[in-house]
Design a protein. Structure first.
Length: 107
């Protein structure tokens, strides 16, 4: 498995116990530290995965997956999702006309 990398200055925690259900996490950003960490990166996009450890702690990990990686060498998070998205982009989809009911949904 590839080395895990983190963006310095970004802290992710579980929501406050009184937070509404739609709050998924609290994110705190130490501005100067984060800017310094990001300025060392050369890519246009910086992707961060929000994960939960086995101990239940929420944290963020830098997602280093790149689209141009060869198949079989996609060890970083996101490779499966991105390959599915690429397959879908190449397909033409026939959307049904008219109103869609719950019975029309196959799951």
């Amino acid at each position: 498995m590839s080395e895990q990398k983190y963006i310095k200055g970004i802290f992710i925690k579980d929501p406050h116990e009184n937070a509404p259900d739609f709050v998924l996490a609290q994110v705190s950003i130490r501005r100067e530290e984060t800017i310094n960490s990001l300025s060392q990166m050369t890519d246009d996009w910086v992707n961060l995965d929000v994960l939960k450890s086995r101990e239940g702690e929420v944290y963020g990990k830098l997602n280093m997956w790149k689209k141009d990686q060869t198949e079989g060498n996609q060890n970083n998070t996101g490779s499966v999702q991105n390959s599915v998205e690429n397959d879908v982009e190449d397909q033409e989809i026939d959307y049904p006309e008219g109103e869609i009911t719950l019975e029309d949904i196959p799951f």
